[in-house]
Design a protein around this ligand. Sequence first.
Ligand code: ADP
Length: 574
Amino acid sequence: MEQTGKNVSKFEFQAEIKQLLDLIANSLYTHREIFLRELISNSSDALDKIRFSKLAGEDMIEPEEELKIEIETDEKNSILRVSDNGIGMTKEDLINNLGTIARSGTADFLRKVKEQERSFDKNLIGQFGVGFYSVFMVAGSVTVDTRYAASDGKGWRWQNRPDYGFNIEEIDKNSKGTTVELKLKEDAKEFSKAEAVKQIINKYSNFLDFPIYLEGKRLNTVGALWHRKKENITPSQYSEFYKFITHEENEPLGFSHLAIEGTVNFKALIFIPSGGDFDLYRLQSERGLHLYSNKILIKHDHKDLLPEYLRFVRGVVDTEDLPLNVSREVTQHSPAMVRIRKFLTTEILKLLKSWADTEPSKYKEFCKDFGPLFKTGINTDFANRGKIIELLRFQTSMTEEGETISLKDYKQRMHPDQKEIYYICGENRELLESHPNLEYFKKKSLEVLLLSEPVDIFVVPSIGEYDGLSLRSIDKADIEVMPEDKIEESQDNLTKSFIAFCKDLLADKVKDVVVSRRLVDFPVTLLAPKDSLDPQLERMVRMMSKDQPVSKKVMEVNMSHPLIRNLSRIYLAD
Ligand code: ADP
């Protein structure tokens, strides 16, 4: 930072932000209108903050003024201005927020763009919150005038420079809040037309709970949808509202609108998304429902309103039953929070069950998008474990590729002599289908769950038992064969001595060598000894910790296989 002329301080954009600006200014030509949504959403956040401060009785100027957003267009000069009378920014806020501290979202965003080697689309911008910088899609020169709302706040002007830097100077500004002024690029002049602005607001910001004025007229009309009666809301309003809060393009898969009164009081409007490119890690770590108290936003993405495994659900919860200004540790376990979480969880599981029962194709889509995250609930939500297990769907050795069944289906179509539910874990269906350990089960028409999602191995074995049947990995050596295969063939001396020879030869490589009762076309297979980890799980554990030893397997030998028959003949002849 350096000081120039009359109190102007010069700054450089942080390196990552420079990269971002380059990308934004030079590779994004479609959907440019979303810059306006981003500005309005920043203004709305600033208004939410001031409304909250007022509730908390904090010091501020103009506390009684109507909270609003105003838009001015100046077509002749290609200028667009967006103003709010929200919380405003201090000089430090300006320096940090608009230029020098790359938010974690920025780095993620750049990585994602590179990873996918695609020019980023508006969904990416929405998801990663590069928000403010999107103005550089349409503007060459940007001025931000702002004043923090406290009575000792001062006016500041932020202006970008063409050399990837920005200036800040003190200005006279008597009212709280922020005005962003854009000098539009030649090819973006249309955004200084009132008509164009109206259409964009209509599309993206109709549900905003603060009025947006243009030329003295209010543009947005709908407001806090969740406070309305269901009967007065059209399906398309629900889906528009979903797109408004999520910035998603697709329709939601489904939704539920709740108004609960009793031991806890709240309204909620929750949605299950569809068809996106969802990154489970992000879902788990960053997402939550927006929490309101009588239409006042208390917190974006509140983490405690839903259990982790339901983090894919989007929406809002509005309640006056939660204390507003207490630490997370306190609210997390407060009785009201626990009750709300319980209600929402029950409702979501109910919705999913109704799809599973009556709308299988919808449910299938849900499983494809969120199945892996959802399944982890088995290990974390013990109260609902049973319900979650009923909702699981599996590919099996008898389903067509892509078809799935429930454990209930499995039990119904089970072989009469079968006493356990069989599964096998592996990388993908194709590998599993040709796995030697599956051979016997195919021959006997015994159905085996084919588990190929990475989470399966952490989740499915812990189901332990379903409706009196235990779940068993067919990679294990102690699996019981069907009664007809149990009859002990008396082993001839040659077999006995050949097996003993193999045992001797492989003593330091395998735990045991035995005659197989289950192999058909494969000469040998390796199985995990009783009481050891499932081989797939062991592989995973080894990836995480190099110290995990490779456990010795049991080798089963198929004595009727030509290769083995030949080998034992050679052995006999020395
Ligand atoms: P995001 O909105 O995702 O936080 P932005 O890049 O859009 O990211 O904005 C960065 C930060 O700048 C905001 O978090 C906020 O602190 C501040 N900011 C932007 N616009 C305004 C505004 N109109 N009023 C007050 N603060 C603002």
